[in-house]
Design a protein around this ligand. Structure first.
Ligand code: AVJ
Length: 319
């Protein structure tokens, strides 16, 4: 029997990547964990609950803007277009736009979570029988192959939900550049972006009275316990979220109540009393600052739709 030549270069398993990301994040002098790991099944449920909180305005605002301006937004997508959605999760936002987008012939939802993607794509295909729905399982921040069935169609991108706020501004620009490369010349892109606003409003949105965001943050430790057989004491960590006005971002942390040791996969991690794990940044932009970021990444701002709280920004690829 022959040995496959590519065995040694096989992609590491998702669990191994999670384990090594967690260990390296918790071994650094300033401990951190990546926010993309919030979204296991429980975390996705908790995020859905967050979007329904009275304090958490972004989802509500974005949906209202999409509803109010869907015809104009759909107008950004030219004739005979394939619409590529980066990191789909739920199709709630794109459904609003598709209602008005008569020129979209194919819809390409891209997401790393295969199960959720297949369910959402199948449901959407059922509701739009004449649309070609072509899901792609991929990490949308990395280059991926677009379905060959979209040859000959123009390409547009859709990136709602202010997911872009999770990136450092430099990485947000890198992502926009990457999206431009994936979509090709003459592409357009519609992005949802959360706006800089009163710190009280921002702080409440990420530290709600019911403690749902606290549960969402702490669930990351529960996930590490479960999937990596760690022994985090969830009562010994608490949720902290605050607006850092200098850096124009919400920061979320998990604060260690006391000096303690946590074990993960045979390694011991030391925590000082009051030491934190930085679990998320959610950057806020102004229309101007987001326009400049987009321009630095090869895009020209077209129309901005906003309610003063949230921004839906159309961009055109610079030739
Ligand atoms: C999904 C990244 C847009 O930053 O508002 C909500 C995640 N974190 N509450 C955000 C989140 C805490 C959310 N995004």
């Amino acid at each position: 029997m022959s040995i496959k030549a590519n065995t040694a270069r096989a992609k590491p398993l998702a669990e191994d990547v999670f384990a090594s990301d967690v260990l390296s994040g918790l071994s650094a002098p300033r401990k951190s964990l990546a926010p993309k790991y919030f979204y296991d099944e429980r975390g996705s449920q908790l995020f859905e609950q967050i979007t329904e909180l009275k304090e958490y305005y972004p989802t509500r605002c974005e949906l209202a803007i999409l509803r109010e301006h869907k015809a104009d937004i759909a107008g950004v997508f030219g004739a005979k277009t394939a619409l590529v959605e980066f990191g789909t999760g739920s199709t709630r936002e794109v459904r609003i736009v598709l209602e008005a987008a008569k020129t979209v012939e194919a819809y390409v939802p891209v997401d790393i979570s295969a199960e959720m993607l297949r369910l959402e794509a199948a449901q959407l295909q059922h509701d739009w029988p004449r649309l070609r729905v072509l899901p792609v399982v991929a990490d949308f921040t990395q280059p991926f192959r677009l379905p060959s069935a979209i040859v000959g169609l123009a390409r547009s991108g859709f990136f709602p939900g202010s997911t872009i706020g999770n990136f450092e501004p430099h990485d947000a620009a890198a992502f926009l550049r990457h999206a431009g490369r994936m979509l090709g010349s003459r592409a357009t892109l519609v992005v949802g972006v959360d706006l800089v606003k009163d710190a009280g409003v921002l702080n409440a949105a990420y530290d709600d009275a019911d403690g749902v965001t606290a549960q969402f943050n702490l669930n990351l430790l529960a996930r590490i316990n479960r999937e990596l057989s760690a022994d985090f004491d969830l009562d010994a960590f608490s949720h902290r979220a605050f607006y850092n006005s200098e850096r124009r971002r919400i920061e979320m942390h998990l604060v260690s109540a006391r000096r303690q040791q946590v074990h993960i996969g045979g390694r011991a991690i030391e925590f000082a009393a009051g030491e934190t794990i930085h679990t998320e940044n959610s950057y806020k932009y102004t229309i101007e600052s987001f326009g400049l970021l987009a321009q630095s990444a090869g895009w020209t701002p077209l129309t901005s739709w906003t309610d003063g709280y949230f921004l839906v920004q159309a961009l055109a690829k610079r030739a």
